[in-house]
Design a binder for this molecule. Structure first.
Ligand code: DLL
Length: 447
């Protein structure tokens, strides 16, 4: 049967079950949040020794909270709290009542372990379904899911959400990129889920195989799990012939689907405020910042049973917007996450995120959109080298590469004010992403 033969049309009204929650007027949303927040604080206090201790240190009891505004008095939670309570001490449910564990590897020491009850898994699927619907997926669509399956939340999170929406999931996971291209061609999915850097890798492998991926029926890319720039979005739209949508999430809070852009505006990610409370704080003073100001995103869960998170410091730097969106959703929008504050590089007094370097590089003629930043010790100072790669059609004699490097250096200096070394490489010489791209190679000697 052809893919089109039996499609039942889906009217917008069939999405009402999602849109009801997403278009709640703010006073009703606020009331719902206050009620759910009281429940969360009480659960955390009663069931998790860590929270009981932290609240006692701050001389607080859950009853202190009358409304959402009182949350600012409560202590923050950090990734180190999860590590210190490894593996299960942060859980508010007995382990035998859980249905799922995930973990993030972490660069040093113990992984961060997160747990879900059956209810948590169910709500996650629901929120991920809402995210996919916002991104433009519809029941019956084939979803090619290239997020990694396993302890990483991307694969199973997207999988459950797509199924919940009524989509047909192709659980490809990451890697074996040639095969991904074959499946995209043969199964003709409407939706591609992947990290943006891996989506780029897929596009490149398809091009190398002589397949015009823009001709395939894929309509939407649901891309996230790592910072990416507007320039990278334009590149992915063009090379894949799709509309690329940004999705955000983190294991400690849930996984993918904490927030997602709508394909109507693609101007900030709708944070699902009926399940999470979003604040932005000054990363130095930890004081809450007014709407619109840039700072660290702090999230409190409102409905999580196994792992309630109170004021979790994500380290992600962003801004919130409460401007109404053309799509009609009333929830706050998280503007593109530029990077994590622990990924910020300070080179000769200039603060820079890898995604800012990306924004300069992507779209420069003669360059492919691959890059890596190498940090080295240069005497007492840190030095930064940006490795870039020539596009397949570019001339790549030594002189050409040197000229290319000079040109890129000039652009980086004039656009972000950063003085750095640039090395231009021949096509294919930089590593390709299979999931989350490694943007920074730190070769500084550790003292
Ligand atoms: O990356 C969950 C996820 C899977 C999100 C698939 C979206 C799609 P973690 O491995 O715990 O979870 O990593 C979370 O990744 O704190 C951010 O620093 C970064 N991140 C996630 N989404 C975005 C995004 C998943 N859209 C960490 N833009 C977060 C920028 C993102 N950074």
């Amino acid at each position: 049967m052809s893919a089109q033969a039996h499609r039942t049309s889906v009217s917008d009204s069939e999405f009402m079950f999602q849109r009801d929650a997403e278009t709640l007027p703010r006073p009703a949303l606020r009331a719902l949040q206050s009620e759910r927040l009281k429940w969360t604080l009480t659960r955390a206090y009663r069931n998790v020794p860590h929270y009981r201790r932290k609240f006692a240190e701050a001389n607080l009891k859950p009853e202190r909270l009358q409304s959402v505004d009182d949350l600012r008095h409560f202590p923050f939670t950090m990734k180190t709290d999860l590590r210190d309570n490894y593996p299960f001490e942060m859980f508010a449910s007995p382990v035998d009542e859980l249905r799922r564990l995930h973990a993030s590897s972490g660069t040093t020491g113990k992984p961060t372990v997160v747990g879900y009850t059956a209810g948590d898994v169910d709500r996650w699927a629901e929120l991920m379904a809402r995210s996919m619907a916002a991104a433009g997926a519809r029941p019956g669509d084939l979803v090619h899911n290239a997020y990694g399956y396993g302890l990483f939340t991307g694969g199973l999170g997207a999988h459950d959400g797509a199924e919940r929406l009524g989509c047909v999931v192709v659980p490809v996971s990451g890697g074996a990129t040639e095969r991904q291209v074959v499946l995209l061609k043969d199964f003709a999915p409407a939706i591609l889920c992947a990290t943006p850097s891996y989506a780029l890798n897929i596009a490149e492998v398809a091009e190398a195989q002589g397949i015009d991926i823009t001709e395939l029926p894929v309509r939407r890319g649901v891309f996230g799990a790592e910072p990416w720039s507007e320039q990278m979005r334009a590149e992915l739209d063009r090379r894949l012939g799709i509309v690329s949508v940004d999705i955000y999430g983190l294991s400690e809070i849930m996984g993918p689907g904490v927030a997602c852009e709508c394909d109507v505006a693609r101007a900030g990610l709708h944070g699902w405020e009926d399940h999470f409370l979003f604040e932005v704080v000054d990363p130095e003073t930890l004081e809450p910042l007014p709407m619109g100001e840039s700072g660290e995103l702090v999230i409190t869960t409102l409905t999580k049973e196994a792992l309630p998170m109170v004021r979790y410091r994500t380290r992600d730097i962003t801004r919130l917007s409460d401007e109404p969106c053309v799509c009609g959703r009333s929830h706050v929008r998280i503007l593109r996450v530029t990077g994590r504050d622990d990924d910020m590089l300070i080179i000769r007094g200039v603060n820079v995120y890898p995604s800012q370097v990306e924004a300069v590089l992507v779209g420069l003629s003669g360059l492919s959109p691959h890059y890596q930043i190498v940090l080295d010790s240069d005497g007492a100072m840190d030095s930064l080298t940006v490795e870039v790669e020539a596009a397949p059609e570019a001339a790549t004699g030594d002189d050409d590469l040197n000229a290319m490097a000079r040109d890129v250096r000039h652009h980086i200096k004039s656009i972000i004010g950063l003085t750095c070394h640039v090395v231009a490489k021949r096509p294919g010489q930089l590593p390709r992403s299979q999931g989350k791209a490694v943007r920074v190679r730190d070769q500084r000697k550790k003292s």
